[in-house]
Design a protein. Structure first.
Length: 237
């Protein structure tokens, strides 16, 4: 069980032998019960009295499930999990034993969507990056990633894995607004930044925006406001 708060709250299950399938990711919805959201393989392929090694990783809204070293499920949830507890349970007529439970926690990640180049690179390096890391969070901007792959898929994966998205929307950059739209589609907590006096697009005006002055005196105020918003999101999650 991932993201557990109580039996009256939403949480997610990663399981063997659910819904007639070998591997399943399901969610508990208050008032509705359990419902499968990703089910693969046949439960007939699971062998009785066999030990299975199951690795489950939750990174932001992405759930990865590996059984006996073989990846079987990779699923992006439609919304973040609000609870922080995890647990184990089993049901059935035969005995089920859990052994060697190991839990590892990684720092939550903040994805930064912004136009590249000056003066925004300085804003990222001197305000956003150190402000995020001061709260013991990891921070990523897509140009910092190295290696092969399709950048479009990298962006979607990084947003899905992020706990929070920070978007600097001063420049009318299509890539930034696409990334912001994808984050909103996942119901991801977002923090919007823009230089004071910026005329925002109509469909963004209803969102709360941290406006800042592009000056030496404006930097400390932006640092404080960004920290307050990050802390508020972390308290609520």
């Amino acid at each position: 069980m991932l993201g557990f708060q109580s039996e009256r709250s939403r949480y997610v299950l990663a399981q063997l032998g659910g819904y007639g399938r070998a591997y399943s990711v399901a969610e508990h919805v208050p008032g509705v019960g359990w419902q499968g959201i990703e089910n693969v393989g046949s439960a007939r392929n699971l062998e009785p009295r066999k030990t299975y090694t199951m690795d489950v990783a939750q990174t932001g809204q992405e759930i990865r499930m590996v059984v006996d070293g073989v990846p079987v499920i990779e699923r992006v949830l439609s919304q973040p999990l609000s609870g922080s507890q995890l647990g184990l349970f089993a049901w059935g007529k035969a005995r089920v034993d859990f052994t060697d439970l190991l839990v590892k926690a990684a720092k939550p990640q903040v994805f930064v969507a912004m136009q590249f180049g000056q003066p925004l690179d300085t804003l990222y390096q001197e305000v956003i990056n150190p402000g995020v890391r001061a709260l013991d969070l990891d921070v990523i901007r897509i140009d910092e990633l190295a290696g092969p792959g399709i950048i479009f898929e990298d962006i979607k994966r990084q947003i899905a894995e992020a706990k929070i998205v920070v978007a600097e929307i001063t420049a009318p950059n299509q890539n930034v607004f696409y990334e912001l739209g994808y984050a909103h589609a996942l119901n991801k907590p977002t923090i919007l930044l823009a230089q004071r006096g910026k005329e925002l697009p109509f469909d963004i005006r209803s969102y709360r925006v941290i406006f800042y002055d592009d000056s030496i005196r404006g930097k400390p105020a932006l640092e404080r406001n960004l920290q307050k918003h990050l802390e508020a999101i972390l308290r609520e999650s």
